[in-house]
Ligand binder design. Structure first.
Ligand SMILES: Nc1ncnc2c1ncn2[C@@H]1O[C@H](COP(=O)(O)OP(=O)(O)O)[C@@H](O)[C@H]1O
Ligand SMILES: [Mg+2]
Length: 228
């Protein structure tokens, strides 16, 4: 049974997921709370190899079905090896992307049947649903600029596709993913909090910490105030 607290970060490239996940992890540790940081794809031996196939340049022609199955395989390993055991020990787990990414990118973005997406997400996560999902909502132009020009990121396969202005069923891939995320957020208002990620990092972090303080206090039935 899950007794820890599970937080996932979602959003477009350059929305600040990795930066904020690291800051949150440090903040939990600084405040004496046991927390673990992991990411998708990756986080396990097999998952880190899968991450390279999925995100690095050089696999431009990868088929959508293979892509979906590789993300699913990486997630299944990360849940089985890291996330589920940590939550069972009462640890706070932060995951940089999780199953909403598959719904947004492979489902809404690529146009793969949602029944298949939901089935594979369910297969991978074994009922481990996030307590809180922070959807970092960034203007795609700002996000792409941050993820490409402003960072020394080499994991640019998806960025390349967005920049090529690729269309799926007559609509830009980029717009399908963005609209998909908004639809997922509307369908899960209890779990998913939408954060304006166009702002400076300290302001975003302050909002996130306030949400987490409220939710952790409710979950552990005692006042929790993280000092920034
Ligand atoms: N709110 C922000 N304002 C300005 N720059 C940001 C912000 N969030 C992230 N960045 C910068 O943009 C780049 C991409 O951020 P990152 O956290 O890797 O995004 P993601 O993991 O969502 O793709 C990094 O260089 C990071 O320092
Ligand atoms: Mg990242």
């Amino acid at each position: 049974m899950k007794t820890g607290f599970f937080i996932t970060l979602e959003g477009f490239e350059g929305s600040g997921k990795t930066t904020l996940a690291r800051k949150l992890h440090h903040l939990f540790l600084k405040n004496g709370l046991n927390a673990m940081l992991t990411k998708e794809p990756g986080g396990t031996q097999a998952g880190d190899k899968i991450r390279k196939i999925l995100l690095e340049r050089g696999n431009e022609g990868l088929g959508y079905k293979a892509e979906l199955l590789l993300f699913t395989a990486s997630r299944a390993e990360n849940v089985r090896i890291n996330i589920k055991p940590a939550l069972e020990k009462g640890i706070i787990v932060i995951c940089d992307r999780y199953f909403d990414s598959t719904t947004a990118y492979q489902g809404f973005g690529r146009g793969i049947d949602m029944g298949i997406i939901d089935y594979l997400n369910g297969l991978a996560v074994e009922g481990v649903i996030p307590d809180l999902t922070l959807f970092l909502d960034v203007d795609p132009d700002i996000g792409l600029k941050r993820a490409t020009i402003l960072s020394n990121n080499t994991e640019l396969r998806f960025e390349d596709e967005f920049m090529q202005k690729k269309e799926v069923d007559g609509k830009l891939f980029l717009e399908r993913v963005r609209d998909g995320y908004h639809q997922i957020a509307r369908q899960n208002p209890e779990r998913i909090k939408v954060i304006d990620a166009n702002r400076d990092i300290p302001l975003i972090l302050k909002d996130i910490v306030s949400i987490i303080n409220t939710q952790l206090s409710q979950k552990f039935k005692k006042e929790i105030t993280l000092e920034l």
